[in-house]
Unconditional design. Structure first.
Length: 153
């Protein structure tokens, strides 16, 4: 009888946890690092606040009904939407996660990343060895400069 009661109690906790997780998922925006995602804003939102702008950035859309959330750094922060009087309209958690298509090569304490979709090419990813990151990001910047203005004279 005690075992049956514990099993029913455990089942009840599992069901309650599943229900709570389902409800909580609406309050979490999952964003991939260096990607943007469109999300809705509550009506009458006049101010949007990001807890840690190093983790995510928000741009409100001109019609005021939505926003674009961009993942800037790994981790978790929050987003708060206020009306013109400063009343809280909504609060969400933002989780910024790594892309699933990155190959990470670890050599001792040195790490370098490759974007693989489908061919693997060097990528500047947060957490990479500073020399690798600076070399790859420098090449990206030089490529962008050449693309925008042509070769230097």
């Amino acid at each position: 009888m005690v075992r049956f009661g514990l099993a029913v109690l455990a089942l009840g906790f599992s069901a309650a946890s599943a229900i709570a997780a389902g409800a909580a998922s609406d309050d979490v925006l999952r964003i991939t690092l260096d990607q943007a995602q469109v999300a809705k804003l509550p009506e009458h939102t006049s101010t949007v606040i990001i807890g840690n702008p190093a983790i995510a950035d928000v741009t409100t859309l001109k019609n005021g009904a939505g926003m674009v959330v961009t993942g800037k750094g790994y981790g978790q922060t929050n987003l708060i939407a206020l009306d013109a009087q400063g009343n809280l309209l909504d609060e969400k958690q933002i989780h910024v996660e790594p892309t699933k298509k990155v190959l990470v090569v670890q050599r001792g304490s040195s790490r370098e990343s490759y974007s693989c979709d489908p061919t693997c090419m060097p990528a500047a990813v947060l957490g990479d060895d500073a020399n690798v990151f600076n070399t790859v990001s420098g090449q990206i910047a030089a490529h962008d400069q050449l693309s925008a203005h042509g070769p230097a004279k």
